[in-house]
Each structure stands twice: as structure tokens, then as C-alpha cells.
Design a protein around this ligand. Structure first.
Ligand code: BG6
Length: 490
């Protein structure tokens, strides 16, 4: 098993899940700042005022608040993003620990509302720009290449209300102005950019948030929102290349592998269509620069009519991404038959696979699925690929010796690294791997701290108690060895 010489080993995070300091130095509110904590049984809630009355509705990554309402903070509720793990004040110590593990890259996102508090201002907030400059400089000090997500599930609240969660093409200009500001500001400090985190979540989410019954209006919104995001992404890619030809810009897909549950040809066909709808639809537009032939079939199924201009088509064709990146946690079974044993985790909700083990949060562990996904995607696009999220969310216990022996996490990551090695041996141009939540952080799905992914433990619980002190787990020393040996010593 051989990894390329300059393979980008590292870890990944997102601003609202680590930074805290939600209202500091001019930052505006984002949708995640009005999202409460939940758990496995209770969903996270979005809190808002409708006709002056505080109300709430279940949140899902990327979801907006109801039309006509105003996002609001309920003083009696707990909002994990407000302090998170306080990376805003502790980034120097955290990056130092990443460097100690030998990170070659660190994936983080920029909070749009630190740069543009409402989202549509002309002039950026200097304090916000300064913060990320300091973070990138700190990375450079240790030769860590920042990998920057421009938008990771935290649209400015003001824009989300005004343009109803990307229902208006004016969002494109706001996003492009924001992205252009970043490309100009951080020229020379950043090389790798990702335009939208898990852009396909707009479609994946429909299966879960609606409890199975999805209306044509919901599809209309999801496909239109995606179209505006595709155009915004393409225009950002074009600008990035113009501002600095060395910039490498990727898309980012939630990579759930679908398998047919039975050999029934109806399941095989349903599975093929599941791939198209949930995975290929976004990748095809972003990598090939145009809508695939099956898009019209998908739109027809739900009576969807899109606002697409000739200029949009031109932008899509000219703004193809340079690399394909994705998160990978699990696989999913697709069937047209009745399902007895159901599973649901992240955006997957299908039948339980008897050949796989499931985490405490119901996520299937399937390293072969990672190899499968890598080979399918590379074969389809022939672009460099990066796995920018992968990991095991688990409860960690401090042992009597005061340490965390997270051999289950080491085992999970080891199996996935081996799967990547096999894909590379089979010809996939895999250029990097950033494990999710390299330092414990707030879970996007549940808002919990107890769902931990990190090599570094953070002393904070689900209610916001704890010192926020950091401590390396066993996996910290293991990953250090993996990086030092370029994936040989697992
Ligand atoms: C991905 C997101 O879907 O999964 C991350 O990009 C998220 O933001 C990660 O944290 C893990 O999900 P969760 O719900 O365990 O935090």
C-alpha cells in the first residue's frame, strides 16, 4: 500500500462547530447560531419569532426558518455554537497540537457572518478578515496547508430570511462577492478552497426532514436552491482562477454509497436512480459543467421548473471544479421492497445491512464502501479526489489512568485508510485525507459534544459544562505515526 509522496494528511472542522465567539468582533448571526442542541431522540431546533412570538421547528443542516419569521435566540435554550470549543480564542494551541501530529493540511471553514455580518454588505468586517489571516499564518508557521470551505452550513441569518433559504438568485451575487473577498484577501496564504459543504444535502435532506412524504414544492425549492448554488460555485471557481491561477477549487459532496438490497432488477434500477439523484446530480454539474441527461427526468418526476438563464449555463460550463472532494461515513441500502429492519444516520435512511456494524448513533461502518465510492467517482470524472471528512462519532470515557484509550476509533480509521490504499493501488488519484473532527467538536446532526470524533479530547459536555481543556487521546499518537510513515505504519 503506497500513498503519494505529498499526500495531504490532516483533519477537518467547520466554523460553527468549533469557533464559538458567536457575537464577538462584529460577527453577525448565522442560521447555526439560532440552532439549539438535541440528541438522538430529540432533533435540534431552529428558534425564531413569528408574529412576535418565540417558536421553534426541527432543524436540519442547511435548512432555513419559515417564511415571514425572524430568527431569534431564546434565553432559556442552549445553543452549542455560541461557545462551541472556543477555537476563536484557542486556535494557536490547537494548531500547535495539529502540527505535533504532523498535519500537512487543516480543513476549516470561514464563517460568512464574520466577514459580512448580514451577508450582503459591500465592505467586509476587518476584524473578521484579521482573525482568519492570523489562523492561516499560524498554519503556515508549521507548514500546514489550509483547506478552506467557503460555506459550511451557516448562511447568514439575515440573508436566509430575506431570500428564503436560497429561493432568490440574488443570493448568487452575495455569495460571489463574499468568495471574491476571500480569494483576494488570502492570496498567498491559502491554496485549496471548497465552495459549498455537502452541496447535495439539499436533496438528501428531503428524505429525512419530511418524514418520507415530500411535496413537489419541496423538490422545487431544493432543485432551485441547488441551481443557484451551482452557479454561485461556478462563478466563484472562475474568479478564483482569475485572481490566482494557483488556486485549486473543489466541490464537496456528502458521499453516501448506495447498494441495492436485493438482486431484484427493480432494486438494481432503483439503486442506479438513487445514485443519480443523491450523488451524481451535483457532481456532474460541478465537474462536467452542465446538467446530465437524467436531470430532466428528475425534474419531471416532481413537476419542477427551474429558473436557468443562458448566462447561468455559460457560467456552469466555464466554472468547472479542479478537484472532487467528499465526506464519507457510511453506505445505505436501496430497495423497492418492504423494509423490516430500518436504519437512519446522517442523510442515509434505508434498510439495515446485516453485513455491517452500526455505531451508537446508527451509522454503518463500511470501509469497502469508501473504496467503492473512490473508484466510481474517479472513473466518472478523472479529477484529483480528496476525502475531506471521515471518522467515528463515539462516546469517549476517561480511564482510571486519566487517559482516553480510543482503540475503536483507531480501528475504524485504520480500516478506512487501508481502503484508500487499495483505491490508490487501483489507479485513483487520491491527494488527501482529512478526518472529521480532528479535535472534539459540536455535532452538526445532534448538537452534542458527547458524539466525539477527535484525536484531541475537549472537556465540555452536552449542556455546556467543562473547562474546555484539551487532552490527546491514544489516537493522537497513532495518527502521528500514520502521518510520519505516510500511511505505512497503521
Ligand atoms: C457532515 C458534516 O455531514 O457530517 C459535518 O459536513 C458533520 O458538519 C459531520 O459534523 C458529522 O455529522 P455529525 O452529525 O456527527 O456531526
Amino acid at each position: 500500500m503506497k500513498f503519494p509522496k505529498n499526500f495531504l494528511w490532516g483533519g477537518a472542522t467547520a466554523a460553527n462547530q468549533i469557533e464559538g465567539a458567536y457575537n464577538v468582533d462584529g460577527k453577525g448571526l448565522s442560521v447555526s447560531d439560532i440552532t439549539t442542541a438535541g440528541d438522538l431522540k430529540n432533533p435540534r431546533m431552529l428558534t425564531y419569532k413569528l408574529n412576535g412570538k418565540l417558536q421553534e421547528k426541527p432543524a436540519a443542516p442547511g435548512a432555513g426558518i419559515p417564511a415571514g419569521s425572524v430568527g431569534a435566540i431564546d434565553p432559556n435554550k442552549y445553543y452549542p455554537s455560541h461557545v462551541a470549543i472556543d477555537f476563536y480564542h484557542r486556535y494557536k494551541d490547537d494548531i500547535k497540537m495539529f502540527a505535533e501530529m504532523g498535519f500537512k493540511t487543516f480543513r476549516l471553514s470561514i464563517a460568512w457572518t464574520r466577514i459580512f455580518p448580514k451577508g450582503d454588505e459591500k465592505e467586509p468586517n476587518q476584524a473578521g478578515l484579521d482573525f482568519y489571516r492570523k489562523v492561516f499564518e499560524e498554519c503556515k508557521k508549521y507548514n500546514i496547508e489550509p483547506l478552506v470551505t467557503i460555506s459550511h452550513y451557516e448562511d447568514p441569518l439575515y440573508l436566509s430570511e430575506k431570500y428564503k433559504d436560497w429561493s432568490d438568485r440574488k443570493m448568487i451575487d452575495c455569495y460571489v462577492h463574499y468568495a471574491e473577498t476571500l480569494f483576494k484577501e488570502y492570496k498567498g496564504l491559502v491554496k485549496y478552497w471548497l465552495t459549498f459543504n455537502e452541496i447535495n444535502s439539499a436533496l438528501l435532506m428531503l428524505g429525512i426532514s419530511s418524514g418520507g412524504k415530500v411535496t413537489d414544492a419541496q423538490y422545487q425549492h431544493a432543485y432551485q436552491k441547488l441551481h443557484y448554488q451551482f452557479v454561485a460555485s461556478a462563478r466563484a471557481v472562475k474568479l478564483a482562477h482569475k485572481i490566482d491561477p494557483n488556486y485549486v477549487v473543489g466541490n464537496m459532496i456528502c458521499g453516501i454509497v448506495n447498494y441495492p438490497m436485493t438482486p431484484d432488477p427493480k432494486d438494481i434500477l432503483a439503486n442506479r436512480h438513487a445514485w443519480e439523484k443523491s450523488i451524481f446530480y451535483c457532481g456532474d454539474v460541478q465537474c462536467k459543467g452542465k446538467y446530465p441527461t437524467y436531470a430532466q427526468r428528475l425534474w419531471n418526476e416532481h413537476n419542477v421548473h427551474l429558473d436557468i438563464t443562458d448566462q447561468d449555463k455559460k457560467d456552469l460550463a466555464e466554472g468547472k471544479v479542479d478537484m472532487y472532494t467528499f465526506s464519507y461515513y457510511m453506505s445505505n441500502l436501496v430497495t423497492t421492497h418492504k423494509v423490516k429492519d430500518k436504519m437512519s444516520g446522517n442523510f442515509a435512511a434505508g434498510a439495515k445491512n446485516p453485513y455491517l456494524n452500526y455505531s451508537d448513533w446508527g451509522w454503518a461502518t463500511d470501509p469497502d464502501g469508501l473504496q467503492y465510492f473512490l473508484e466510481v467517482i474517479y472513473d466518472r470524472y478523472e479529477l484529483p479526489v480528496m476525502v475531506v471528512e471521515n471518522g467515528l462519532g463515539a462516546v469517549d470515557k476517561i480511564s482510571s489512568d486519566g487517559k482516553i484509550h480510543d482503540d475503536y476509533r483507531i480501528d475504524y480509521l485504520k480500516q478506512h485508510i487501508e481502503a484508500m490504499g487499495r483505491a490508490i493501488a487501483n489507479g485513483v488519484d487520491l491527494i488527501g485525507y482529512t478526518t472529521w473532527g480532528c479535535i472534539d467538536l459540536v455535532s452538526a446532526g445532534t448538537g452534542q459534544m458527547s458524539k466525539r470524533y477527535g484525536f484531541i479530547y475537549v472537556d465540555r459536555d452536552d449542556k455546556g459544562n467543562g473547562t474546555l481543556d484539551r487532552m490527546p487521546k491514544d489516537s493522537f499518537y497513532w495518527y502521528k505515526k500514520v502521518i510520519a510513515s505516510n500511511g505505512q505504519d497503521l
